[in-house]
Write a protein that binds this ligand. Structure first.
Ligand SMILES: C[S@@+](CC[C@H](N)C(=O)[O-])C[C@H]1O[C@@H](n2cnc3c(N)ncnc32)[C@H](O)[C@@H]1O
Length: 307
């Protein structure tokens, strides 16, 4: 798996297959990183509004078609007959990339937001795929079902990403590949502040750890990013890497987890919810400004010079 953008590639080979049990508390957020929208309920309402301008305005800033092709290369979509699931598939931007390689009737798009799915249903190119409303952390598919599991730009909203990756493992057939495309944590302090307030920006090592603990082998990470960033990663990237792993054996993941981090049936205090939602959304706006700033810098600073 090679790429012109690939400056980091991590392989975890020959890992012993063992069962590990993680406590549920592993998913809890430190006070310095409240990640106000990294909840199913907040993400639901966030996408209630974001879905209105998602395809036209917001997504193209962070995740271009070229980035999508670059990322999907790692999923090894080598046959039109592969059975593929796109989890957190939203309006179907990544699914459109998948159906270029795979027959639509073999593709399933799952998302928890009916508003995002509504947009996907309207796309002519996605006619024939199966669209399912559901939760990435609790997939409604039998064990050993798919040849490929793809999830792009969704992990950052999952209250317990390890649980979602364990589910990816479970629903794949032996020899199947999981490809999780997602954000990467910034190194610049102001970006760290807004990232931590908004949602989860995992570190590259965290992705590798989640995949490895879930039982995946041949775990690899490929860096991606908008071309006008010229490789700059200090501000963090909402789509910053594609991580892949191969499931070698039949059955469920060897990893055992405690109860879910978020119980969506539990009532929430509406004032706390509203404050968390508004503040989280406000912090997300920082990541609308950064790509515009980088785009302007790319136009102004001569080629070959650092930006
Ligand atoms: C940034 S969008 C990415 C959409 C799409 N994958 C793409 O490439 O444009 C994130 C999506 O994840 C979905 N999402 C968030 N949490 C989820 C969960 N727990 N289960 C399923 N989908 C989830 C949201 O509803 C939203 O549509």
């Amino acid at each position: 798996m090679t790429s012109t953008h690939s400056t980091a590639q991590v392989r975890v080979r020959g890992q012993a297959r063992r069962t590990s049990v993680l406590p549920a508390s592993e998913g809890t957020r430190p006070i310095s990183a409240p990640r106000l929208i990294q909840h199913k309920k907040e993400a639901f309402w966030f996408y209630r509004f974001i879905s209105i301008a998602y395809d036209q305005l917001l997504n193209p800033q962070q995740y271009t078609e070229a980035m999508r092709e670059d990322a999907l290369e790692t999923a090894d979509l080598n046959s039109r007959h592969l059975k593929v699931v796109d989890v957190g598939g939203g309006t179907g931007f990544t699914t459109v990339g998948i159906v270029k390689h795979v027959d639509p009737e073999n593709v399933t798009l799952l998302d928890q937001s009916p508003h995002q799915l509504e947009k996907a249903r309207k796309k002519e190119v996605l006619k024939g795929i199966t669209i399912v409303e559901g939760d990435a952390e609790d997939l409604s598919f039998p064990t050993d079902t798919f040849d490929r599991y793809v999830s792009a730009g969704s992990i950052e909203y999952w209250p317990d990403p390890q649980r979602g990756i364990k589910e990816a493992y479970r629903v794949l057939r032996p020899g199947g590949v999981a490809c999780v495309i997602g954000p990467v944590y910034p190194t610049f302090w102001l970006s760290q502040f807004f990232a931590d307030m908004w949602m989860l920006f995992p570190k590259e090592e965290e992705y590798i750890e989640w995949f490895t603990k879930a039982g995946f082998e041949d775990v690899k990470l490929k860096r991606i990013g908008p071309k006008w960033y010229r490789g700059v990663r200090r501000f963090g990237l909402i789509i910053g890497c594609a991580v892949t792993g191969v499931k070698k054996d039949h059955g469920d993941s060897p990893l055992q987890l405690g109860p879910k981090a978020e119980d969506v049936s539990k009532p929430v205090n509406p004032i706390t919810f509203l404050l968390r939602f508004l503040l989280g959304t406000l912090c997300a706006a920082y990541y609308v400004i950064v790509p515009i700033y980088m785009w302007m810098k790319d136009k102004i600073v001569p080629r070959g010079m650092p930006i």
